[in-house]
Design a protein around this ligand. Structure first.
Ligand SMILES: [Mg+2]
Length: 402
């Protein structure tokens, strides 16, 4: 069996998506998500100019060897752009493998460890009262876990909160927007936010919060400690991921569970955090973390230390990644939770999906492989349109983490 061709499909139904389609001499093709929010064309170039020529002629069943070829075989390895390309290749090959064996992907990963996977949604509002309304409406939709973000008094634009209170989409057309930040105002406000949620909605809902890399280790320690009475499911990205030692300080001060790594792309980003048990959930998604082949190894290592998966799953990842993640989450023992922001309706014109949301959980059907298809004619109706993630400055103008 041989790979005969591969192509990259870029489309923008509401937002940009990059999809890799790999063809074989058996008439079977596979799809992989290659979307890297705000850096889409860099991945397209890496795939088209450097990866696809080397793929032609390889046996698509050799997922391990091909993964090693595009990782170990590359001198300038790792990094978000190249690992997203490796992920897309790997995902498409597992899709082909499932289709060739006429079985859903989860069966190739160990079969079902559960029938359905718990997801968390986003509730965000411009102020405390709007955020409380949003939390209530998400609970009414059946969600058992809600990520709560709110506008902070005194800060003009806060991460995770949409300006027009419609769908939250951080990437904007054209050059990056500038947002503003003041950590002291944020730290004073967040415990009040979660106190209010617990008062209104009780203890039977899982609550999550994303600090989005904005705190120093001691600030994050204070936040995690002050949130303890509200029993968060997790506090996400309390410090920037580069400073792994920073997580030690948080652990010394708090029992609030920690999730980190949506911007990670290698098992080497996690080794200290896992072996020192500095975190509780791994956030690195299949699409940026080297695909199924690599995440199986990360999840296996994490499982030894009783650390669970909690994959990034915002709308900046395509339905191909989401479906692959549901298969993965259905199969691995140490599944924790899956982030789920439903895509806009228009996305369904291009991607034909095989998963279903019901009462707080996602399920996947028995279609062979990953089970998502792309309508290339429909994709042509939505050409790429440059959109970038914001940049962030402190209120005095200093550049800061977004
Ligand atoms: Mg996040």
């Amino acid at each position: 069996m041989k790979i005969t061709n591969a192509k990259v499909i870029v489309c923008s139904p509401g937002r940009n998506f990059v999809t890799l389609k790999i063809y074989t001499d058996q008439g079977v093709y596979g799809l992989g998500d290659a979307t890297l929010n705000g850096m889409e064309k860099a991945v397209v170039s890496y795939l088209e100019d450097y990866c696809i020529p080397s793929l032609i002629g390889k046996d698509p069943r050799n997922t391990e060897d091909i993964w090693q070829y595009f990782y170990r075989g590359v001198y300038w390895r790792r990094g978000a752009v190249s690992m997203t390309a490796v992920s897309a290749i790997d995902m498409a090959l597992w899709d082909i493998k499932g289709k060739m064996l006429n079985t859903p992907l989860y069966n190739l990963l160990g079969g079902k460890s559960r029938e359905k996977v718990m997801v968390y949604c986003h509730a965000n509002g411009k102020d405390l009262s709007e955020t409380m309304e949003k939390v209530g409406s998400e609970i009414n939709k059946g969600f058992k876990a809600v990520r709560v973000q709110s506008g902070v008094p005194g800060i003009e634009h806060t991460y995770g909160v949409s300006k027009d209170s419609k769908f939250y989409e951080p990437a904007h057309k054209g050059l990056p927007h500038e947002e503003s930040w003041e950590t002291s105002k944020y730290l004073n406000f967040v415990p009040t936010l979660f106190k209010k949620v617990r008062e209104l909605y009780g203890d039977n809902i899982h609550l999550l919060h994303d600090a989005h890399h904005r705190c120093s280790p001691i600030e994050a320690s204070r936040l995690a400690q002050e949130l303890e009475p509200y029993h968060l499911f997790w506090l996400e990205d309390p410090v920037s991921g580069e400073l792994q030692e920073g997580l030690r300080l948080i652990r010394q001060h708090s029992t609030t569970p920690i999730a980190i790594g949506e911007v990670f792309n290698s098992i080497y980003d996690y080794t200290t955090l896992i072996t020192e048990q500095l975190i509780d959930y791994i956030r690195m998604p299949l699409v940026h973390g080297g695909g199924i082949t690599h995440l199986l190894k990360v999840a296996a290592m994490a499982s030894v230390y009783q650390i669970n998966t909690g994959f990034h799953g915002a709308t900046d990842l395509s339905p191909v990644n989401l479906a692959a993640a549901i298969h993965f989450n259905t199969a691995v023992n140490n599944f924790g939770i899956q982030e789920y922001m439903p895509h806009q309706e228009i996305v369904n014109e291009v991607f034909k999906t095989n998963y279903r949301f019901d009462d707080g959980f996602l399920t996947i059907d028995d279609s062979p492989g990953i089970g998502v298809d792309i309508d290339e004619k429909a994709a042509l109706k939505f050409p790429y349109s440059m959109a970038r993630l914001p940049v962030n400055r402190k209120t005095d103008g200093t550049m800061f983490n977004w």
